[in-house]
Write a protein that binds this ligand. Structure first.
Ligand code: HEM
Length: 511
């Protein structure tokens, strides 16, 4: 036993004094806890120190149950994560309040920094507003001109990716195949020909989300002081951006040279996504030599676009296979629209049933149980009096909102034409039924100023892919008849990654 230094003696305490000291300590701990407003928010799962880790474990295993329990009892509640409390708001009224807070009080950017460890994954040369600005701006405005190209890439990618077997059935892994197709089609709009057919580039884009997830998962398990040391040494995201630059770099450098030499309005200037990215980078960062900023915007755009849309596509395909009675109405609609408008944006806009099908699939299978991530920057109170301390993460829940019987009749049931039936009746509510429309009771794209700026593109793209499938193929599940089960990991909802589907070229394909 080590002995105390000479001259220092421990006070001799009687058992009564020890009990008194312990009691005082407990009272002090209790008072400290009470003074932190986070502890006034009801907890779902155990809330006491140490055993709250059981709640964090339950959240990882079955976030859905935990969130539904919270939503059934409270307007605002908290659940334990391994490193902090997560405050969840419940119901459309609170969703709307959350989205209305200004950024200096509830910051989406700071929340994304924490959730995605953006400093070491998506990069910080550009604040994330650049991709949002281009996608929500010129890309969305140009959709009518872009759609024929998007359709062209849908056709080319099916030709290349679905094995040819005459009119026989071929089997493919569903999620992987949809990711490859969406990766190609999205990048016809992002980087254009010939790059969107470069296999290494497309694999790098589709793999980038995994690179981000690996990096952020490792970093989120370590204390803050280690992140600046370890973060820059994790190789995956920077290696991916270097690979992108090795393929796109020469074109980016040449286009930037032309913009600098001839200005932003020269005749013959390419009017496409790649050029908009270079222009924004020049405006934001000046004339520097590096193309890192452009690569950051392109990789972040792909991160936002590919997996969300391919998940959405796969969920819808699984429903189509599980409910073959939906094929005919959807096929008929696609045929009519293409006959009327050709392969254009007007055609996909007119596919109300397909629009509803995707909207309903996303209602029940959002990318995650949570959305509208915000970090509290200044002390804030909701209208019901709940005070949230600075530094707390606050979120809304898709699952809690979308499974509410108060908002959706037979909320747990997949009713493919739920939205198109209401839309067909006309009236004030008709436009709100569109797939891309967010509202406090439909939040898979978030809601408010930080809502997904790519949702118009996403809706047009997935409907184009679906129309092409309906008109050219029969589809069925490789095994079984029900819809393949989702995979749930923490807050993420993942379309079954193992299921296979079968395609058979129709005898009289439409296009
Ligand atoms: C069905 C497919 C998609 C889903 C479910 C989806 C969902 C989301 C969600 C939940 C957010 C966060 C909203 C928030 O924080 O409140 C988001 C943000 C974003 N999405 Fe999407 N997304 C999809 C497709 C796309 C596509 C195709 C693009 C690009 C063309 C895109 C670009 C973006 C961008 C740039 C942001 C950031 C907006 C901001 O920070 O303010 N998304 N998306």
């Amino acid at each position: 036993m080590p002995s105390l230094p000479a001259g220092i003696e421990l006070p001799q305490l009687s058992p009564l004094e020890i009990c008194g000291l312990a009691f005082t300590l407990l009272v002090l701990l209790y008072l400290r806890r009470r003074s932190n407003p986070i502890h006034s928010i009801p907890t779902v799962g155990p809330s006491l120190p140490i055993i709250s880790y059981l709640g964090a474990w339950r959240y990882l295993r079955n976030a859905k149950a935990l969130l539904l329990e919270g939503c059934s009892k409270y307007e605002i509640f908290k659940i334990p994560l391994t490193d902090q409390w997560l405050v969840v708001v419940s119901g459309p009224k609170m969703n709307d309040e959350l989205r209305k807070f200004p950024d200096d009080i509830m910051s989406a950017l700071e929340a994304h920094k924490y959730v995605l460890q953006t400093e070491y994954t998506l990069g910080t040369t550009h604040p994330d507003a650049t991709a949002k600005k281009i996608i929500g701006g010129p890309l969305t405005r140009k959709l009518p001109q872009l759609m024929p190209e998007v359709f062209d890439e849908v056709v080319a990618s099916f030709e290349d990716i679905i094995p040819k077997a005459g009119n026989e059935w071929v089997t493919v892994p569903a999620l992987e195949t949809m990711t490859d197709i969406i990766g190609r089609v999205t990048n016809r709009a992002f980087v254009g020909l010939p790059f969107c057919r470069d296999e290494v580039l497309i694999k790098t884009f589709t793999g980038f989300a995994k690179d981000v997830m690996k990096t952020k998962t490792i970093l989120s398990m370590m204390p803050n002081f280690l992140k600046p040391i370890v973060g820059p040494r994790l190789p995956w995201t920077s290696a991916a951006r270097r690979r992108m630059a090795s393929i796109l770099g020469a074109t980016v450098i040449e286009r930037r040279r032309q913009l600098l030499e001839y200005g932003f309005d020269y005749e013959g200037k390419p009017d496409d996504y790649l050029t908009w990215c270079i222009e924004e980078d020049l405006k934001f960062r000046g004339k520097g030599e590096s193309i890192d900023g452009v690569m950051e915007v392109i990789s972040a755009s792909n991160f936002a676009a590919i997996h969300t849309s391919s998940q959405s596509m796969t969920h819808a395909l699984y429903y189509l296979c599980a409910m073959p009675e939906c094929v005919e109405p959807l096929r008929k609609e696609a045929e009519e629209m293409i006959k009327q408008h050709g392969w254009t944006k007007a055609a996909v806009d007119g596919m109300w049933k397909a629009d509803s099908f995707f909207k309903e699939a996303l209602r029940l299978n959002s990318a995650a149980h949570l959305t509208l991530y915000r970090k509290v920057m200044k002390p804030v109170a909701f209208s019901n009096g709940t005070v949230i301390p600075v530094g707390t993460m606050v979120v809304a829940t898709t699952t809690g909102t979308h499974l509410s019987e108060k908002l959706y009749e037979d909320a747990t049931e997949f009713r493919p034409f739920r939205f198109s039936d209401v839309r067909a009746k006309g009236g004030d509510d008709a436009l709100r039924q569109q797939f891309h429309t967010s509202s406090p009771d439909y939040i898979p794209f978030g809601h408010g100023k930080h809502a997904c700026s790519g949702r118009w593109f996403a809706a047009a793209e997935v409907k184009a892919v679906m129309a092409y499938i309906l008109l050219n193929y029969d589809v069925k599940l490789h095994e079984g008849s029900g819809r393949p089960e989702n995979l749930y990991v923490g807050p993420s909802i993942i379309a079954n990654p193992w299921a296979k589907i079968m395609f058979r070229r129709r005898k009289m394909p439409y296009a």
